[in-house]
Design a binder for this molecule. Sequence first.
Ligand SMILES: C[S@@+](CC[C@H](N)C(=O)[O-])C[C@H]1O[C@@H](n2cnc3c(N)ncnc32)[C@H](O)[C@@H]1O
Length: 190
Amino acid sequence: MKYRQSGMPSDDTWEGFFDTQLVLKSLDITKDIKKFIDIGCGYGTFLIPASRIISGVAIGVDIDNWYLELCQKRVSDASIENIRLINGDISQLQDDSLKGADYVSLFNILHCEEPLALMKNAMSLLRDGGKIGIMHWKHTETPRGPSLDIRPKPETIIEWTGELSLSVIRQVELPPITLASYLKSEHPFI
Ligand SMILES: C[S@@+](CC[C@H](N)C(=O)[O-])C[C@H]1O[C@@H](n2cnc3c(N)ncnc32)[C@H](O)[C@@H]1O
């Protein structure tokens, strides 16, 4: 099932909202990452620049083939060789190649119907001690983004980590419109 309010405007408009390099830097996307999974990768807004930083494979998963085809075109046009794209519903996907990730990103997707289940799912893909990066719209008026009542607040994410085997490494404000949380898995397989 495609998660609620998970559509995007055109890639140009969408990408005008974010400072992608700042997001990736703030969330410690670094060269030592060997397997990076971007859940709901969309146009590849963050997946493509992340693939240029990490040293291994960057895997993008998305349920919407229209976004994924556009992402694939960008990957091919730029001759990027370390990106793999998977079309599917992350809540249903059974794919062993997704296991053992150093890093899973949940960018602009945690306003879904069952955020805790999505976080658990992300955790199940991590290697022991792997990391999760979350980015989402601030809980205030913004030029785009899901309804306020379904946007996760930083304190809610902290509460959720208490219910999972996760600890918060840091939470940062990314001006002007987004917030990010960087989490570490303690025991990934729950
Ligand atoms: C708001 S967009 C964010 C895209 C990208 N993460 C970004 O920040 O640029 C949410 C993305 O999640 C995808 N999505 C929604 N439900 C999904 C599901 N069940 N499994 C995988 N992807 C999903 C949508 O197709 C869309 O590309």
